[in-house]
Design a protein around this ligand. Structure first.
Ligand code: URP
Ligand code: ZN
Ligand code: ZN
Ligand code: ZN
Length: 510
């Protein structure tokens, strides 16, 4: 029995199985449409000991191989969620999903790897890393880490090098909001960007003007607006646009690639579009909540309902969602995350008198793959191959783990999903696998159902049943210098040449 008693998969609901997936290490997924980011074709996929050994229309196997029939279904790389917060201590409390429950939920929804944000402990990156490594021991799927930078000194700068060279971290996140807590100023941002560049690590930003948000919050409270709607009103899209533009310009000044997390507004998206058009290396990550929800929930008369939609940057007015979808389908934005950061209604209730105390965060780790499929593929906005790129391959490329992850190719890890386009899904807190007592997508139905998840060669989700065991997930080290760094040195050299070109001054005639 591998069910962690704490996760709530007890006998009262039979959502958890009792095996550790198929004990058979040989697996054949036959007759499905195998989809990669740039190609799809009918083939069988043969897996042994956690690795894809062959992708071919002609494979015959012996009796010792478990066979799954995927006729009429899509066989795709498991989802990679670039943005999660499991067991995250934030705003005086801790998220309810830990590295086991959050990952179990992810697997049930077709995500087979995630990248979580390590928060330094009392400013120490090393201590933060150790703390997260300990939390992640109970993992049931593969994971990687980004690291947040919350202060600046020589020790932090040295520790960044250690993280990149010895701990497998290749990205650092800078919070431009959460004043008095995680927020950094422009001076730190510049130092941080320079350090990232020197290490080949990707700089990431939470882009909101934290000083202005603080001001906006005071304004709302003074006006007597204390409910969840005050959250949206105090931090409008213009503040996200401003910070996105500022981060992009500072990254251009330093000449280092930039990754903007949770792009929630047209304002931020258009800054990214403009920068990319001018040739700057900027990646934009919308999250599922921003793609399919709108802010009207924050005005819901029931506090508990409204509060569950509080996240930062806020979910925006209707229109932003559709614009972000279009930006994904046209290549302005590159991949989809969730920012899964799960707080129960009792935790959200900390802010019943004051929206500033509502812990920020929404769920999504389990819902992302289904919602992106239904919203973008079923509507005809993107192709099936694009779906693979946006949910898996691009993330693997950006964080330098492709083609080990993000592909159905010989030699890749056997992280595979089987999606039935003719079946359907329905989302509810009653049936989801997160520990959360609510769900921001409650009641949503859609087309396309992930019927099988294979993680590390094990069938962990089949027949609506999870078969997961703590300790089976691995830490995936990620190397620096992803593809976005190609050419950065050439641009630097060209600029230096320009700076050093002698000035031929003529003598003034007067
Ligand atoms: O509201 C949010 N987004 N909570 C998680 C922390 C962050 O800013 O990503
Ligand atoms: Zn082919
Ligand atoms: Zn953030
Ligand atoms: Zn986040």
């Amino acid at each position: 029995q591998f069910c962690d008693a704490g996760i709530g998969y007890g006998e009262e609901n039979s959502r958890c199985g009792t095996g550790i997936g198929s004990s058979n290490s040989k697996l054949l997924i036959k007759d499905g449409t195998v989809v990669n980011a740039n190609h799809k074709h009918l083939a069988h996929v043969y897996v042994e000991d956690g690795i894809i050994l062959a992708v071919d229309p002609h494979i015959t196997v012996g009796d010792d191989v478990t066979v799954i029939d995927a006729t009429g279904k899509f066989v795709m790389p498991g989802g990679i969620d670039p943005h999660t917060h499991l067991e995250f201590e934030f705003m005086g409390t801790e998220t309810v999903d830990d590295f086991f429950s959050g990952q179990a939920a992810a697997l049930a929804g077709g995500t087979t790897m995630h990248i979580d944000f390590v928060i330094p402990l009392n400013g120490s990156l090393t201590a933060g890393f150790e703390a997260y490594a300990k939390k992640a021991k109970k993992s049931c799927m593969d994971y990687g880490f980004h690291m947040a930078i919350t202060k600046w000194d020589e020790v932090v700068s040295k520790e960044m090098e250690l993280m990149v060279k010895e701990k497998g971290i290749n990205s650092f996140k800078f919070f431009m909001a959460y004043k008095g807590a995680l927020m950094v100023n422009d001076e730190l941002l510049l130092e941080g960007f320079k350090r990232c560049k020197s290490l080949g690590a990707l700089a990431m930003v939470h882009a909101e003007n934290g000083d202005a948000v603080y001001e906006g919050q005071k304004r709302m409270i003074e006006l007597g607006i204390t409910g969840p709607e005050g959250h949206a009103l105090s931090r409008p899209a213009v503040l996200e646009g401003e910070a996105t533009a500022r981060a992009i310009r500072l990254a251009e000044f330093v000449n280092t690639p930039l990754y903007v997390v949770h792009v929630m507004s047209i304002d931020a998206m258009e800054e990214i579009a403009k920068a990319r058009k001018s040739g700057q290396r900027v990646i934009g990550e919308p999250v599922v909540s921003g793609l399919v929800l709108d802010e009207s929930w924050l005005w819901h008369p029931d506090f508990e309902t409204a509060a569950k939609y509080v996240m930062s940057p806020p979910i925006r007015k209707r229109g932003h969602d559709k614009a972000l979808q279009a930006a994904l389908s046209t290549g302005i934005l590159q991949l989809v995350g969730t920012d899964h950061c799960a707080f129960n209604s009792t935790q959200k209730a900390f802010g019943i008198e004051d929206f500033r105390k509502i812990p920020n965060g929404v769920n999504g780790i389990e819902e992302r793959m289904h919602l992106v499929w239904d919203t973008l593929v079923e509507s005809g906005q993107i192709s099936v191959t694009d779906y693979v790129r946006l949910t898996s391959t691009e993330c693997a490329k950006i964080f330098n783990i492709y083609p080990r992850k993000g592909a159905i190719l010989p030699g890749s890890d056997a992280d595979i999903i089987i999606l039935n386009p003719n079946s359907s899904f329905e989302i509810s807190a009653k049936s989801h696998h997160s520990r959360l007592d609510t769900n921001v997508y409650e009641g949503r139905r859609g087309k396309g159902k992930i019927e099988v998840t294979v993680a590390g060669g094990r069938v962990v989700w089949e027949n609506n049943e999870l078969k997961v065991a703590p300790g089976t997930g691995r830490y995936i080290e990620m190397a620096p210098y992803n593809y976005l760094f190609d050419g950065v040195d050439k641009k630097d050299a060209a600029y230096l040449n320009y700076l050093q070109a002698p000035v031929k001054r003529v003598k003034s005639s007067t």
